[in-house]
Design a protein around this ligand. Sequence first.
Ligand code: SAM
Length: 286
Amino acid sequence: MSQTISYKDILARHGFSFSKGLGQNFLTNPTIPARIAEGCGADGETFVLEVGPGAGILTRELGLRAAQVTALEIDERLLPVLAETLAGMDNCEILLSDVLKADIPAIVAQKSGGRRAVAAANLPYYITSPALSRLIDSGCFEAVTVMVQKEVAHRLAAKPGSADYGAFSVYVQYHGTPRILFDVPAGCFTPRPKVDSAVVRIDLGAPRVDTLSESRFFEVVKAGFAMRRKTLRNCLSAAFGSRLGSDGLSECFAAAGVEPSARAETLDLAAFGRLADAIELRLRKD
Ligand code: SAM
């Protein structure tokens, strides 16, 4: 259906100029939005929250599959464009809203009608991590499917021991299971970005590791990756040395069964969990 709409012509007719600052690289290849909509799990029982509808090319494909779509767009210049491209799509609603400020749980509660909820977006590059974190932290979605820069996609899905594995990989994999669905070449967008993209689906659920304290877990992860070339012992001394003392820190490594000379990028989530719990128990004792 979307093949019959010329998004470029409609944007031109509205005198629209792309904003680099808002990460406005719009999809122009019609097959990609359909594949994202298929891949995100939208069906007749589903509510979809979209971030950044742009001219509505993905919104329309989501609307053709989902029960209800609500899309958050920050740029009010796009509202008349969207009114035209989504004409007749009664299950698609646009909210003029900044995803970094929106009350996502309230929007989902109000708009989903109690349906299972998923999120989908061709995310603006300049807010990839905070926008993705807000979607995940909202606790509203069964799955979040996003198009991001290819290198970011590889970081999200990276396994321990690889160069791409870092604090954001651990954060995403703590909350869910990421899967790269497919790559999207730069030529599929207008204007053409400098790098290729990829679509990642993250299936969300209960935390993948049981820990005594989630905030301690992420404090340890952040500290561990703060100085990538240093050993975990060095990294954690900087963060916890004054609270645990040198012997206390050694005991935590021993209790967790983690080598102090290891580097954070070699630790899987379970090992981070054991280390965080050992530190938490030790701090509670003191
Ligand atoms: N979904 C469209 C597509 O695939 O062609 C547009 C994607 S474009 C990469 C990102 C969109 O997000 C733009 O429409 C931009 O205006 C919007 N946007 C940028 N920052 C935003 C924010 N903080 N909150 C909501 N939308 C935002």
